[in-house]
Design a protein around this ligand. Sequence first.
Ligand SMILES: Cc1cc2nc3c(=O)[nH]c(=O)nc-3n(C[C@H](O)[C@H](O)[C@H](O)COP(=O)(O)O)c2cc1C
Ligand SMILES: O=C(O)C(=O)c1ccccc1
Length: 388
Amino acid sequence: QADTGSEATAGVASDAVSPPSGYGASTASSHIDVISLPRLREPFREAIPEAGYVFVTGAKGDEWTLRENRRAMEDFRIMTHRLTGVSSGDVDLSVEILGERMPFPFFVAPMGAHRMTHEEGEVATARGAGMAGALYCSSGASNRTLEEIAEATTGSKWFQLYFNRDEDVTRSLLRRAKAAGYSAIVLTADALGPGTPDDFLAMGMPFRSDMTFGNHDPAKGGSGDFFAQKVDLTPEDIKLIKDETGLPVIVKGILRPEDVDPIIAGGADAIQVSNHGGRQIDGVPGAISALPLVARAVNGRVPVIMDSGIRRGIDVIRALSMGADCVAVGRPVMYGLGLGGAPGVQSVLEALASELRSDMLLTGARSVADLDPSYISVTGPSATMQEG
Ligand SMILES: Cc1cc2nc3c(=O)[nH]c(=O)nc-3n(C[C@H](O)[C@H](O)[C@H](O)COP(=O)(O)O)c2cc1C
Ligand SMILES: O=C(O)C(=O)c1ccccc1
């Protein structure tokens, strides 16, 4: 895709925000055939500009953690139950987390800058999530505004907060999220800003020239500077979120079991085990390896959510067996957005649900509530971590 010429303006959604940059993001809007989520990565590369592909698929440093998120899945071997009398009509994938009923135990992870992938940005992703009945977690780094996104999804929605150094800015974001109907706040605790894959740095960080962070656009009720994030967060900061909104707070980015107690004492209503898809610090363990120890530290006091590396139905089974109540899916949702806009996102989420349904049947578990560590044999580096 050339970054010049008027051709790129054709087909731009009428509600797209800023003037088209000629960047050439996807304008696709159709269902897609999904053999599996990993198989979408190459077609995604063909469908959007190289800068978007590198930004979305890349990760920090040597990308060891990015690879480890997938490799470590292999340490968790599925111990299938046989002759359990479970039929397909019996399989129940639904869960309820923080008062939200979900038709399947996964939702859309908060991701910023969807206009690097699709002209419509987050509005299309959120609409697609709603079409699949999935919960959409809106990123604080969205290109569209949280209000536009709220209006676009028919499903449940959570708002992910990048805590701003300016308290008034943070409070204003929280008030708006509450007013727009978001039902929980996700406090991201493991990020400094946009991911900086080496390949993206080498290209000169080519964000599209018309890219803005919608929630901070003064023309749309926003204020402050997205990049002015508060980095010195403590468990005390959870209180401000709860005081301002009265909503449940999920703390995202936890890998270390010792962090759990102070965060729950600070008022957190859920813990999200995550390494941000390997995008912020390289060298941290695969999220699935960290999950069992964090889940043991939580010990049922609050729900546990996990993300980073979920690509298959069996990955969802691994995470739920090892103590997660549900999981979030990141990059594959962007593949769906680039390849098919809102219906493409729907296709991706429904394909994962369908894969999970047959994997559950073959695992021999009737419902996600039945999954426990007895369904898993832990081997390799992840087993060593559990002993350590
Ligand atoms: C392009 C991109 C942008 C992201 N932006 C955010 C963000 O704004 N806030 C956040 O909490 N996490 C963000 N994440 C991290 C995701 O929420 C999630 O932790 C990660 O993508 C999960 O890993 P997966 O992609 O392997 O599923 C982003 C991830 C990607 C790929
Ligand atoms: O890239 C990321 O990981 C991320 O969190 C982010 C933050 C700001 C804008 C876009 C993405």
